[in-house]
Design a protein around this ligand. Structure first.
Ligand code: WTA
Length: 654
């Protein structure tokens, strides 16, 4: 579990009830909870009809006859891109801004729903001309530019599925994702801006495709800058050439509700990332419903900004699908918060009058550190709702966020969910819930959450336990790409009640007397670094893939700025021990991990050690290494095969 113990979460005891004014204008009413309680399935069927346009209406809400494989609204048909685009234009909202895009160097572009629809239609025609069709997978490896969203929507408009790979992942990571899903097309850019520099995405695609046969037949390249790129004739095509040549008209076909929408890779407890599969109708229903009610969205007047990259689930659900399905106006920003200056985000909020702002605690903590005098230079009075996601938000950051960014009055919704859940599962609703800093609070209407002990019985407050989702939900993952066994084993085998298995989320949690949920961090080998999921075993595999390494163990150590940080303990091969200093070896290996997985996985520290603490059965005791990494007294070592090992490690590190 992370360092967020219950104690440290509890010392803020103030409660924040919604203001009269906010409540009376709230999108959500308490009727949502009552109707969901009365008939959960009917509630979701209603929401599916309210939030989604169906080309063919569904007659069955849920098929849970072969758990854990669920089908929602299965006989219905829809086109997800049509829902995000055409229907708003047809409803007379074509002139509404869909995206205010801001490039890192300050270039900008505002795109209406009519323009976005037109571009997606051309892009869909261009992709269709390259052979993309239902059943195919398109890999998207892009900076945060409008074309990233356009490529996602064009793909799904054709009934194909996308696999967005975060631009910060390495060529190796990209290749394994391309291979796993047999992607046919890659959409990338000639670069993207990050911290004042252009990062070379196309070069990474070239490197990824350099070795051996691949499933990829074409690479579409968006011209973001004027960057030099290598060109493979016959394979590589400029996006703008293809778009210009494409037909402008494209009629959206209807696809079944369970047609795959996307696969998104995320870290699990084993070395290999899992391709989480989401489908269309249920996903879109919960994405749109939660986006509207959790953020109290008023599409005619709000300007919404979620700072996530589309390479993560938050960017899928709360940049692309939720906001666009709801016809919202949103901001999309390419760069980092501190480039070219530390006030960049606040300047953007002021420029566009952002009213709903959704970001991660790690960003808030880094702004706290830089000081309130920076945001105070900007007019942030347009803000009326704040959101937090990715990790528990410590009460100190919560209060700062509300006071400094939210003008002392904006409600904060702390939203708990996962790549697998597809959409928000636990959160306050800002016009209804009395807010409790540090707690994610209550399941959203229609979601059933329980906290169970190891034996599967419900734990009573104030005891902690494991968070499970007890009933299937519309935006639930439908599987792990190509691996149904791993899907069952990972999520459904912990509490396998025969007819109704429960979804095991991998998070520890506790419920208080009021029924509010407090998240306590992961209970498995998944780390949470700056709100990004990383697997200890995946980084260990990357380390041992280097020829100088004999053995490696990785732990997530508490870190004030990033929540957790990657700390590695490495045993070098015996012929390497004198080949370089420990500092050299550790620098080389940090770089190696960045190359294998991506810069986000680069360990904060690598300790070169002679031994690792193991049990008699040979299992590495990461708990003890975590004690060392966090500078704590070392815990119980009696189960170690060699009880002196920890002494040797900690002496050496001192
Ligand atoms: C953690 C991100 C506490 C949790 C949407 C979960 C949170 C993992 C919160 C999923 C929150 C996410 N409070 N912990 N509000 N939100 N988490 O798949 O451990 O990148 O299991 O999805 O992040 O990370 P993922």
């Amino acid at each position: 579990m992370t360092s967020n113990s219950i104690d440290s979460l509890l010392h803020e005891s103030r409660r924040f009830a919604p203001s009269e004014a906010f409540s009376s204008a709230s999108e959500a009413s308490s009727e949502l909870y009552t109707s969901a309680k009365e008939d959960r399935l009917e509630f979701w069927a209603d929401k599916a009809r309210e939030y989604v346009h169906w080309h063919k209406p569904f007659t069955e809400t849920l098929d849970w006859s072969t758990p854990p494989f669920a089908k929602w609204f299965a006989d219905g048909e829809l086109n997800v891109a049509y829902n995000c685009l055409d229907r708003h234009v047809l409803a007379g909202n074509g002139d509404r801004i869909a995206i205010h895009w801001e490039g890192e160097p300050g270039d900008s572009r505002s795109i209406t729903y009519a323009e976005l629809t037109a571009e997606v239609k051309r892009a869909a025609n261009a992709m269709a001309a390259l052979g993309v069709t239902q059943g195919d997978v398109v890999a998207i490896y892009m900076p945060l530019v409008p074309e990233a969203v356009i490529a996602m929507l064009a793909t799904v408009r054709l009934g194909a599925a996308h696999s967005v790979v975060f631009g910060g992942f390495s060529a190796e990571s990209l290749r394994s994702r391309i291979d796993d899903a047999s992607a046919k097309l890659v959409v990338t850019a000639d670069g993207g801006w990050r911290k004042g520099k252009v990062f070379p995405l196309k070069a990474a695609v070239d490197a990824a495709l350099a070795n051996g046969e691949s499933s990829v037949t074409n690479v579409l390249v968006v011209k973001r800058g004027d960057n030099e790129v290598e060109w493979t004739e016959g394979r590589d095509l400029w996006w703008h050439d293809q778009i210009e040549a494409a037909e402008p008209e494209h009629e959206a076909q209807a696809f079944p509700a369970e047609n795959p929408l996307f696969v998104l890779y995320t870290s699990g407890t084993t070395g290999k990332p899992k391709g989480i599969l989401h489908t269309s109708g249920g996903y879109l229903t919960q994405a749109a419903f939660t986006h509207k009610n959790v953020f109290d969205l008023k599409p005619e007047t709000d300007v919404y900004w979620c700072t996530a990259d589309v390479g993560w689930i938050t960017g899928h659900t709360y940049v692309t699908y939720g906001p666009l399905a709801n016809g919202a106006t949103q901001v999309l920003y390419e760069g980092t918060p501190d480039t070219p200056n530390q006030g960049r985000w606040w300047e953007i909020i002021q420029k566009y009058g952002v009213s709903i702002f959704y970001t991660a605690p790690t960003a808030i903590r880094s702004f706290m550190k830089a000081g309130r005098q920076i945001p105070e230079q900007f007019d942030l009075s347009s803000i009326r709702v704040l959101g937090s996601v990715g990790e528990p938000i410590n009460p100190e950051a919560w209060i700062w966020y509300r006071d400094v960014i939210g003008g002392g009055s904006a409600p904060i919704v702390d939203t708990w969910w996962q790549t697998e859940t597809g959409a928000i599962m636990v959160s306050a609703l800002p016009g209804l819930t009395t807010l409790k800093p540090g707690s994610a609070q209550v399941p959203i209407p229609g979601i059933k959450i329980d906290i169970l002990g190891e034996d599967g019985t419900r734990v009573d407050p104030p005891n902690g336990g494991l968070l499970v989702v007890s009933e299937p939900w519309p935006s639930m993952l439908r599987g792990i790409w190509g691996d149904p066994e791993r899907f069952k084993e990972t999520y459904w085998s912990k509490f396998p009640t025969l007819d109704a298995p429960k979804y095991f989320a991998g998070d520890g949690a506790h419920v208080d007397e009021d029924g509010d949920i407090w998240l306590l961090g992961r209970v498995d080998d998944v780390m949470n670094v700056s709100g990004h999921r990383l697997s200890t075993t995946e980084i260990e595999s990357a380390l041992v893939s280097n020829p100088i390494v004999a053995e490696a163990a990785v732990v997530g150590a508490a870190d004030e700025a990033t929540g957790q940080a990657v700390v590695a303990f490495v045993i070098l091969k015996s012929n390497q021990e004198h080949a370089q200093t420990a500092a050299e070896a550790s620098a080389l290996l940090r770089q190696h991990v960045a190359k294998e997985i991506g810069a986000i996985a680069r360990p904060r520290e690598i300790f070169i050690v002679a031994e690792l603490p193991k049990t008699r059965s040979g299992k590495i005791m990461r708990r003890l290494l975590q004690d060392v990494a966090e500078g704590r007294e070392i815990g119980d070592t009696t189960t170690l095969a060699d009880t002196t090992v920890m002494q040797i490690i900690s002496d050496k590190l001192k």
